[in-house]
Design a protein around this ligand. Structure first.
Ligand SMILES: [Zn+2]
Length: 334
């Protein structure tokens, strides 16, 4: 299938955590964690629509100022998600600057912050540039099945992990993957065009079989039913899944939640902060070792594992961390 999500680590695995997920055919992106963004080109930062922050230790949230500075003066809305207390923390970051000049701007950069509580409740607040980023439209939220963001074709789930403080893990899931079979399209006398997006949407929205779809044909527009098109030119597969796990102690409860969240993910980005020789230190710091991360990846039966958040104590030894994770993932751990 042609993947829709293209996730990459923004920084070296020894530097601040941050995963950028680019969307194919769509000028947008999402971020997991908000470490430093200085190596991310401006044009890529401006595509970001949603940011999911595990917790607010400084290395996971310091990119916020850089983001605000770039978006200021633009007509743009960014949604940020984080653990309990996050809405106040976003407000305090914004409130630490003086905004007396923004009231006359002709654009309204807006931050929408949402926090997710361990009991499944939550809180959202908007912060508008044109009103000096004061909190407004505060709403109480309730999340079911861990789903914190839902839109046509995709959803994002969060799991509460224990890092001595709450730390959120996330999973970005495409609902269905709709492939257009190009050869079949030609055989049917149809041509590619924006109408295919409408067809994909109709399939993802599970519209009735007799829904008329206006298609582009070699001899002009033709109207076909959703069923005809689905049977002739479409192949439907399980959607893609990208999972992000960081800053979690290796406890049975965390392990169970991580495995549940990451099950059969196409990509698992997972912290591998320490080597297993230093597992005592990892336990004291509430982090995973590479071997523990590999075992979790194995239990979750993921397709790819990308380790990150290496402790600087292993500078120059990144290969050892990756090798330890790989061994555990393959089932050869000590
Ligand atoms: Zn961390």
């Amino acid at each position: 299938m042609t993947p829709v999500f293209h996730p990459v680590l923004v920084n070296s695995p020894f530097a601040d955590p941050c995963v950028y997920v680019d969307f194919l055919f769509d000028r947008r992106a999402m971020l997991f964690d908000l470490g430093t963004l200085s190596d991310l080109p401006t044009r890529k930062i401006l595509r970001i629509s949603h940011i999911f922050v595990s917790h607010t230790h400084i290395d996971h949230f310091i990119g916020f100022d850089h983001l605000v500075r770039l978006c200021l003066g633009r007509q743009k809305q960014i949604h940020l998600f984080g653990p309990a207390g996050f809405v106040d923390q976003v407000w305090h970051r914004l409130a630490s600057y003086t905004w007396n000049l923004v009231y006359s701007y002709d654009t309204d950069f807006t931050v929408v912050a949402t926090e997710i509580h361990p009991d499944g409740s939550g809180l959202s607040s908007e912060f508008h540039c044109l009103r000096g980023f004061k909190p407004e439209n505060v709403t109480v939220r309730r999340f079911t099945d861990g789903i914190i963001h839902l839109e046509e074709g995709l959803l994002v789930r969060a799991a509460q992990l224990d890092h001595k403080i709450p730390s959120l893990a996330f999973s970005l899931e495409e609902k269905l993957h709709v492939n257009i079979l190009k050869n079949r399209l030609e055989e049917a006398g149809l041509v590619v065009g924006p109408w295919l997006n409408g067809l994909k949407q109709a399939i993802q929205q599970e519209k009735p079989d007799d829904t008329p779809i206006q298609a582009a044909g070699t001899r002009g527009a033709v109207v076909l039913t959703l069923r005809e098109l689905r049977e002739q030119i479409v192949k439907i597969e399980t959607g893609q899944k990208v999972c992000y796990v960081t800053d979690a102690a290796f406890t049975p409860k965390n392990a169970e939640r991580i495995v549940d969240l990451a099950r059969e993910a196409d990509y698992l980005f997972i912290e591998a902060t320490f080597l297993d020789d230093d597992s005592d230190r990892a336990a004291t710091r509430h982090h995973l070792t590479a071997s523990q991360a590999g075992k979790l990846a194995r239990r979750a039966a993921v397709a790819r594992v990308i380790p990150f958040h290496f402790s600087p104590r292993y500078t120059g030894r990144g290969n050892e961390i990756s090798a330890e994770l790989q061994q555990a993932w393959n089932g050869f751990s000590p």
